[in-house]
Ligand binder design. Structure first.
Ligand SMILES: Cc1cc2nc3c(=O)[nH]c(=O)nc-3n(C[C@H](O)[C@H](O)[C@H](O)COP(=O)(O)OP(=O)(O)OC[C@H]3O[C@@H](n4cnc5c(N)ncnc54)[C@H](O)[C@@H]3O)c2cc1C
Length: 401
């Protein structure tokens, strides 16, 4: 979809480009180049959010009254294009993209005043405590319990796959407050001001890519204030579903894929193919790349329709469709990346991946990131609700007959 922008918007583009070219530190750029997950290296990306916040640009999608930019859809699109034309780490999603918008929709005025400023500025980072060992796809089976006691809840149980819990300072979570009625009816949504309450223990899990990105979190008689409850007690399922809508459809994914495609094309032109010449001249590789580019262009058109408030964005299946398409396309990009890296992509170079570590990679930057990105992206079809479950949700929105 080509859009001819006005002279005013092109002037805006130049302002954005000038800022993005000069404001990030070398470490922030390095973190962008070494991002192999949805979650960019933590310290550098939070530092970058603070710089963007000081400029007033941390949350292009938030309403102005909560500190958003107030930009038009076109301005947001231009900002995303310029952002992804550079090696910049994507801001982390849980605060700005998930619990922030949820609080605007369902939080009390006190909760908004207390939490939104820290989410926007990057002072606070929120981890998501939904899944449990026995409650993933079947989330409503969760059993981590909270019992009301005076002005507090007392929490016992555990969570798993809690991304960046070991880096976060706040947590939103689902707890079981009743076992009466249907399992969805006894769930409550809580905001935790800390992740180091007495009785909380966080244990990182090492992922396939060698990185400790997810965690287990254990609660033993952890006392938290009831003022952190969003919505009514036992009505947390409604709140949880509202948040998942933001998680599955909230952020633009195609600009990141296009960035990866551009890098892949550059790497293909610089790498010898086993079929002779470079990958840029390899017809089999070019066929696969061309097919993928066409599908990503088609997905990008869908995404733009959703972002520009096209009716398709209001279809109940839209967040699930978005999740399935974006995750599977990202995985296919990662497969082509490993094909180009070939044997050079096999060594797991954790030292070279560390930002500021000063260890030069063996081979190119493409060779360094291809395999960790491939391994990490295996998870995209699992988290935020597995793709099998999303397909089931899509099918349920279709007319029966
Ligand atoms: C990298 C990563 C990060 C994550 N981050 C977080 C986080 O920050 N916070 C959090 O709370 N959780 C997080 N999760 C957990 C994630 O939401 C769950 O892993 C996911 O919901 C699947 O649950 P499960 O792992 O228990 O698998 P299961 O639910 O046991 O599923 C196993 C398999 O069975 C299939 N299946 C299950 N039910 C159905 C069905 N009804 N129809 C068809 N197929 C079905 C699934 O598709 C899957 O293939 C993360 C997971 C990963 C991998």
């Amino acid at each position: 979809m080509d859009i001819a922008f006005s002279a005013e918007l092109e002037a805006f583009r130049r302002e954005v480009a000038a800022f993005l070219d000069t404001a990030p530190t070398p470490e922030i750029r390095e973190a962008g180049a070494k991002t192999t997950s949805v979650f960019a290296p933590f310290e550098q990306v939070m530092a970058w959010q603070k710089i963007l916040h000081a400029k007033g640009w941390a949350a292009p999608g938030w309403p102005k009254e909560y500190g958003g930019t107030g930009w038009s859809v076109e301005q947001r699109y231009i900002f995303a294009e310029e952002y992804w034309a550079r090696d910049l780490p994507p801001l982390l999603p849980n605060g700005l993209g998930m619990v922030g918008p949820l609080l605007m929709e369902m939080g009390t005025e006190e909760q908004k005043a207390k939490y939104l400023p820290g989410i926007l500025s990057g002072e606070d980072y929120w981890t998501q405590g939904y899944s449990e060992p026995g409650a993933g796809s079947d989330l409503a089976s969760l059993s981590c319990s909270a019992v009301a006691d005076g002005d507090d809840y007392v929490i016992n149980g555990s969570k798993i796959w809690t991304t960046l819990a070991h880096k976060a300072n706040r947590m939103f979570m689902l707890v079981r407050t009743s076992r009466d009625g249907k399992k969805q009816q006894g769930i409550t949504f809580l905001l935790l001001d800390r992740v180091d309450y007495p009785g909380m223990e966080i244990r990182p899990i090492i992922g396939l890519d060698g990185m400790p990105e997810q965690c287990e979190v254990f609660f033993t008689n952890v006392r938290v204030p009831q003022s952190g409850r969003v919505g009514a007690e036992n009505d947390g399922w409604t709140v949880a579903k509202a948040l998942l809508k933001h998680e599955r459809g909230g952020a633009a994914q195609s600009p990141a894929m296009n960035r990866k495609l551009a890098q892949l094309r550059a790497a293909a032109a610089a790498t010898a193919s086993p079929n002779g010449g470079t990958f840029a001249a390899d017809p089999v590789f070019q066929r696969d790349l061309g097919e993928l580019e066409a599908e990503i262009a088609s997905y990008a058109a869908f995404e733009k329709m959703v972002l520009t408030d096209h009716p398709i964005g209001h279809d109940p299946a839209s967040p699930s469709m978005n999740k399935v398409m974006s995750s599977e396309l990202a995985q296919r990009v990662s497969v082509l990346m490993t094909r180009v890296a070939g044997l050079n992509g096999l060594p797991l170079q954790l030292g070279a991946l560390e930002v500021g570590g000063g260890i030069a990679p063996l081979g190119s930057m493409h060779d360094l990131v291809a395999m960790p990105y491939y391994l990490n992206s295996r998870a995209t079809t699992i988290y935020a609700g597995t793709n099998e479950v999303q397909r089931d949700l899509i099918s349920r929105t279709l007319p029966v007959g």
